[in-house]
Design a protein around this ligand. Structure first.
Ligand code: B3K
Ligand code: ZN
Length: 851
């Protein structure tokens, strides 16, 4: 396979200012006639080379005459003498047999397209690269009975009947766009319709298109869409630019959703929700993804990426924007905690492993493998750091300049940074390292007394080596810090420190008492911080820090330190953690949503990440012991929290969400305490719930227990929801994530369940993805978990390489485990890479994981 390098970027040989597409649609066969106006770009004599993957070429003409083209190795080469020409291609494709879900495919009877990153070449021959910007006119003809609705980008400009029960529609998108933003949908769909009036007074027709039985589950997405449109006007001054905005939900989709211009296509799990079938997390996810895709209209579509190495230009920025939106719509503190938890669960391990890459990668074999936590979530942290250093107002001046200067262009990360420098008035020369250096910086912070009166904060950093980058330079790290008086409890100092050398000292004058350090408040930088703070210091901050994130973090650190020393074999002292949890539960100033986050111990994976060699059994045992100790010591408090938070009517509101979350956390502690009535409480919660959050919470608690009730609950859940694929996914997931010892047997059996299928990415991930995230079960010493995952990767790869490749990273972490496990993980990888007919997606991930 060929490696593509960032340094090899060259502008396109040909531009395509206009395209007219004519689709004769059918699930078995679709014929695509495509008319390209092409223009030679610069002075050269190279032919027109179009990307074309898995297409049946019916004919090619230039200015109306047949031409001697060649089609080899996914490239269609057309000789062209003039500086401009009209090139027409006619090709056939077969949507029904397209299991990759890239290009034009069929999902539940709907024909839909997915082009990012390189799917357009599977629809029609085209220079499939994001720096070719084209105006699209699209005509679709299809059977009216099967496909009454025909949608594409932009505005509808005409429709009518044709012969034999077929009909047609035409759409026109006035905004030049890269081909990855092209979309087409044909199907038997109904819409939730609404409208939005922009701040300049233009009316936009909104439609969320689904299959008829799902219509009642689209209100939440619509509310989120309108809120996003308003928010982007208020916060970034960005107005929507077409008369129509459509969203379509489909059940077979490789990832979350796609921001096609004026026609977003969504995985149905990020659209459909009602109280009975969706959890609060689902509701939040829907609002976040609807906002994310909508925000792409400016950060991605109006200004796109010059090449795929710049992916974080649109993704990092847009994730940051959706995070800000969700923070504004609910609890900012809880949102920050959730985002950091995600970053640590997915991005930190990626950055520390064989697939580590900079936010702006230098090379790839398959670009689909680079839609990563690093490009997305770390990319968002980079934007956040700029926001922190500039402040909201100057940050806005920077984004205004960026949008102004690059509107209608394909831009680079460098363009964004320069706009921030000039618009915001800041020097970001050193900051650019964040785009080019991989690896999570480690910061050491020690607060020491110097003489009688003064204190010195000593900071040092190092950035660990990563593949291809053995030596690192120190990074500029914005650290929000504060000092609290140990005796008075008051805040003695608070500032933003820009730490940009290998080491740095800050001197504080007399406070008259010992200060306690609060650092990386709000998680101002995506780094690992090690401090010399004592258990008492952490307990102090856990009870009194006025920064909610820092307060949460102190409790987590306290729990982590406790777990790590238990794992290391010392007598586990649970008392400080229990006291911290007791205080948090008793603090009337805290909202339940925050409390629920703060009292949960860090995940098994997170604890494992802090060990030299991960010991999954020891982590599980220590964590379960701690949970049980907290449960027993505070049983009365958990009972009180459980009944205080039993709302009797579902309401999707920050307060309602917080109560439900804390209630199930309390239930889990009562289960961990071994309270005799806990399974009965769970069963009652399960039976009485008027919402999925409570029901799933109760089910998950039971499924991890030995309570005999668990069988009945699982069976009842299955019977009730077997007809609803998104809910059935949850049934697979709770079993795959169970903490019981027999998970592996259960998962293997579920893989043969009639409702399991490899061809639906949601279902596949609900079982296989969830299982690989269950540290103790996946890393069963027998190696069965690894063999199971390898089998799944190979089976899925034959259908859908993108989805298969995304399952590889858990096996790539073999260096983090003992020699016996590492050998088994490696041999699973070796078995995969030795298999004939491997996709380049899986090949890239596996071969890099073995180095
Ligand atoms: N831009 C798409 C992701 C496309 C993934 C292609 N493998 C969704 C998003 O980030 O908004
Ligand atoms: Zn995105």
């Amino acid at each position: 396979p060929i490696t593509i390098r960032r340094e090899d970027y060259r502008p396109p040989d040909w531009q395509v200012p206009e395209i007219a597409l004519d689709f004769d649609l059918g699930a078995e066969r679709t014929r695509v006639r495509s008319t390209l106006e092409v223009r030679r770009n610069g002075v050269h004599d190279r032919p027109l080379v179009l990307d074309a993957e898995a297409l049946i070429i019916v004919g090619v003409t230039v200015d109306g005459s047949p031409v001697d083209y060649s089609y080899e190795g996914d490239l269609l080469t057309v000789p062209l003498a003039a500086a401009s020409a009209t090139v027409e291609t006619v090709v056939d494709l077969a949507p029904r047999t397209n299991t990759q879900l890239m290009g034009l495919y069929e999902s539940g009877g709907i024909l839909c397209s997915q082009c990012e990153a390189q799917g357009f070449r599977r629809i029609t021959p085209f220079p499939d690269r994001p720096d070719v910007l084209t105006r699209y006119r699209v005509r679709m003809t299809a059977d009216r009975a099967d496909y009454p609705i025909l949608l594409s980008n932009g505005d509808p400009v005409g429709s009518g009947e044709s012969e034999d029960g077929r009909h047609w529609a035409e759409w026109n998108d006035p905004f030049p766009k890269p081909c990855y933003l092209f979309a087409l949908v044909a199907g038997d769909l109904v819409a939730n319709r609404d409208s939005f009036v922009t701040r300049s007074g233009r009316k936009v027709d909104l439609g969320i298109w689904v299959r008829e039985p799902d219509l009642a589950k689209t209100d939440h997405a619509m509310t989120a869409l309108k809120a996003s449109m308003k928010w982007d006007e208020d916060v970034y001054g960005r107005e929507y630019d077409l008369a129509v905005f459509n969203i379509v939900a489909v059940s077979d989709f490789n990832f979350g959703a796609m921001e096609n211009k004026g026609l977003n296509v969504f995985n149905s799990r990020y659209i459909l929700a009602d109280a009975d079938t969706a959890t609060d997390t689902d509701f939040d996810g829907i609002a976040g993804v609807v906002a994310h895709e909508y925000f792409h209209n400016w950060s991605g579509n109006r200004i796109t990426c010059r090449d795929w190495f710049q992916l974080s230009l649109k993704e990092g920025f847009t994730v940051f924007r959706d995070q800000q939106f969700s923070a504004d719509m609910g609890s900012a503190a809880v949102k920050r905690i959730e985002d950091v938890r995600m970053l640590r669960a997915a991005q930190f391990p990626e950055d520390a492993g064989p697939l580590a890459h900079p936010v702006r990668p230098e090379s790839y074999i398959e670009i689909s493998n680079f839609y990563t936590a690093t490009v997305y979530s770390k990319g968002a942290e980079l934007i956040r750091m700029m926001h922190t250093m500039l402040g909201a107002e100057r940050f806005r001046a920077g984004t205004d300049l960026y949008f102004d200067r690059h509107d209608g262009e394909a831009a680079t990360c460098e363009d964004f940074v320069r706009a921030m420098e000039e618009g915001g008035g800041i020097d970001l020369s050193g900051f650019r390292l964040w785009y080019s250096q991989a690896g999570t910086p480690r910061v050491r912070a020690a607060l020491a007394r110097s003489g009688e009166e003064r204190f010195i904060l000593q900071l040092s950093q190092d950035v660990p080596p990563s593949p291809g980058q053995p030596e690192k330079q120190p990074m500029p790290i914005p650290l929000k810090i504060a000092l609290f008086g140990e005796k008075s409890g008051t805040k003695l100092d608070e500032r933003l420190v820009l730490f940009d050398g290998p080491a740095h000292e800050i001197v504080f004058d007399a406070f008259g008492e010992r200060p306690i350090l609060s650092i990386n408040r709000d998680f101002s930088a995506p780094v690992v911080v090690e401090t010399d703070r004592t258990i008492a210091d952490l307990a102090f901050l856990s009870a009194r820090d006025d920064n909610p994130f820092a307060r949460y973090e102190a409790t987590q650190q306290l729990m982590l330190d406790t777990l790590l020393s238990a794992i290391a074999g010392s007598e586990a002292d649970h008392a400080p953690v229990i006291e911290a949890v007791r205080e948090t539960l008793a603090d009337p100033a805290l909202d339940p949503a925050f409390v629920a986050e703060a009292v949960l111990p860090p995940s098994e994976a997170f604890v494992g990440d802090h060990m030299a060699i991960v010991d999954p059994e020891a982590v599980r045992a220590a964590r379960e012991e701690l949970r049980s100790a907290i449960g027993r010591a505070l049983e009365a408090q958990w009972r009180a929290a459980y009944s205080a938070n039993s709302a009797n009517r579902f309401e999707y509101s920050p307060a309602g969400k917080g109560q439900r979350r804390l209630r199930t956390v309390a239930l889990n502690y009562l289960m961990a305490a071994g309270a005799a009535d806990a399974p009965a409480l769970a069963m009652r919660q399960y039976g009485e719930a008027d919402n999925m959050t409570d029901r799933q919470g109760a089910l998950a608690a039971l499924v991890s227990s030995d309570a005999p009730e668990r069988h009945g609950a699982l069976a009842a859940f299955y019977d009730r929801y077997r007809g609803d694929p998104l809910v059935l996914d949850k049934w697979f997931t709770v079993q795959a994530l169970s903490t019981r010892d027999d998970v592996l047997d259960a998962v293997e059996a579920l893989a043969s369940h009639p409702d399991f299928t490899l061809s639906n990415p949601n279902r596949m991930r609900s079982l296989v993805g969830a299982f690989a995230a269950n540290q103790r079960a996946f890393h069963d010493p027998s190696g069965r978990g690894y063999a199971f995952l390898a089998d799944m990767i190979l089976a899925v790869d034959r259908l859908n390489p993108q989805t298969a490749a995304r399952l590889v990273p858990p096996l790539g972490r073999w260096r983090r485990f003992d020699p016996a496990r590492a050998a088994r993980m490696k041999s699973a990888l070796e078995r995969i890479v030795a298999s004939p007919g491997l996709s380049k997606d899986v090949f890239e991930q596996v071969s890099k994981s073995l180095i």
